[in-house]
Design a protein around this ligand. Structure first.
Ligand code: FES
Ligand SMILES: [Fe+2]
Length: 406
């Protein structure tokens, strides 16, 4: 039979017959018992703004676990497993009292540490109620945020401080905000895709030049239109950083240092307006709710009296939610690019290049720390000694004079 290919040009690289692709499950999964989930459970994570912890029970999702947050009438925040230990209805419908939350079904009352304080339908309000315990997790408040620790009790570290949030001028305050504060109308308090997408984005200086500056309109500072001519990635004490150097064309170089802080924290320097020579003023936490959704919290310094931590982004006079699909296509930003990678990106299809060195270093560091935790060790940025519990953040926009030789 004649070969039908004779004399015909055969197309190469078409989509037909490509192998099935998959994501990197070691990196992505955050549930209990997974390598990444266990590593993540060795750190405190923010779960709410302090003002969101009230006498109205609130649903929280963190690292694949559903939880209920409330604040008892004495002002103590509590975080409990939602299914009541009696017969399993949710404490979301509970009522908060001075000492804890009372289940709607048969009235068992639980303190913020899960102790059962009352069983009203049992003889003498529960002869054995002292041995009952609703599963709970420790919480602590700092910087206007409620932090939770979901890991092994004997490994609970000190809730860390960050030097840039500790060294305040007399006219400064700290303000905290949740994701959505930048969209102009508070939309998108959660992002419906893997936390890994944003985590990668933190250590990706090149998308600032393309996505945020030259592809779409200028979404952040006009100074990002200049392509960085020198980019270095380096491991610091606290994670992975990059230094991206730009020639400002006026005798100055801008060295922008941005940080990924273990395990899923970012300190990105100022991004808006005419950038000034100064350290980063913010810490942002990427909080995996489960494998397919995350939220972020940010705490930063403001001048006393200021109402906003960051000015809402301008989407051509609209809020993000008011934009048409065509406008999202014309001026995509972080959300479009990251959601565009799918619910969970297919890592086996990636072609990581020179510009992705930071991402490679960060993922390697995360996996090393997973192995360390699995072997019984303590990962970086976990401290049990108060003198070691302040994280030094190297981020900032740093201007220097361009030397003749450079
Ligand atoms: S199910 Fe909660 S008290 Fe009975
Ligand atoms: Fe970005």
């Amino acid at each position: 039979m004649a070969d039908i290919r004779v004399g015909r040009k055969i197309d190469k690289g078409t989509g037909y017959g490509r192998p099935p692709q998959h994501y990197d499950d070691e990196l992505v999964h955050v549930g209990p018992g997974t390598p990444c989930g266990e590593m993540m459970r060795r750190y405190w994570h923010p779960i709410a703004l302090s003002e969101q912890a009230t006498t109205r029970p609130r649903k929280i999702k963190l690292l694949g676990e559903d939880l209920i947050l409330f604040r008892d009438r004495k002002g103590r925040p509590g975080l409990l497993y939602p299914r009541c230990m009696h017969r399993g209805t949710t404490l979301f419908y509970g009522k908060v009292e001075d000492e804890g939350i009372r289940c709607c079904y048969h009235g068992w009352l639980f303190g913020v540490d899960g102790t059962c304080l009352d069983q009203p339908c049992e003889p003498e309000h529960g002869l054995h109620r002292d041995v009952a315990r609703q599963p709970w997790y420790p919480v602590e408040e700092r910087y206007g945020l409620v932090f939770a620790y979901l890991g092994p009790a004997e490994k609970k570290p000190i809730l860390p401080r960050y030097d840039i949030l500790e060294e305040l001028e007399p006219n400064q305050d700290i303000m905290a905000r949740q994701m959505g504060a930048q969209t102009g109308d508070g939309t998108m308090p959660t992002a419906p895709y893997s936390w890994v997408h944003l985590n990668d984005n933190v250590i990706d200086p090149y998308h600032v030049y393309v996505l945020h500056s030259t592809f779409s309109n200028v979404q952040f500072s006009h100074q990002f239109i200049v392509k960085p001519h020198q980019v270095d990635f380096f491991q610091s004490e606290v994670g992975i950083c990059y230094s991206a150097v730009r020639d400002m064309g006026d005798g100055r170089l801008l060295d922008r240092v941005s940080s990924f802080i273990m395990p899923c924290i970012m300190s990105v320097p100022d991004t808006r307006g005419d950038l000034q020579h100064r350290r980063s003023s913010r810490i942002g936490w990427i909080v995996p709710m489960d494998d397919e959704a995350f939220t972020t919290f940010t705490a930063g310094t403001i001048t006393k009296g200021e109402k906003q931590l960051f000015s809402p982004l301008d989407f051509n006079g609209k809020t993000w939610a008011q934009m048409t699909e065509a406008e999202h296509q014309d001026t995509p930003g972080d959300y479009e690019a990251q959601a565009g990678q799918g619910t969970i990106s297919l890592h086996s299809e990636e072609h990581l290049a020179q510009s992705d060195r930071g991402i490679v270093m960060m993922r390697r560091l995360l996996k090393e720390q997973m192995k360390l935790v699995a072997a019984g060790g303590d990962p970086i940025n976990v401290a049990y000694d108060l003198s070691k519990a302040t994280i030094k953040v190297p981020s900032g926009n740093f201007f220097r004079k361009k030397e003749a030789a450079e």
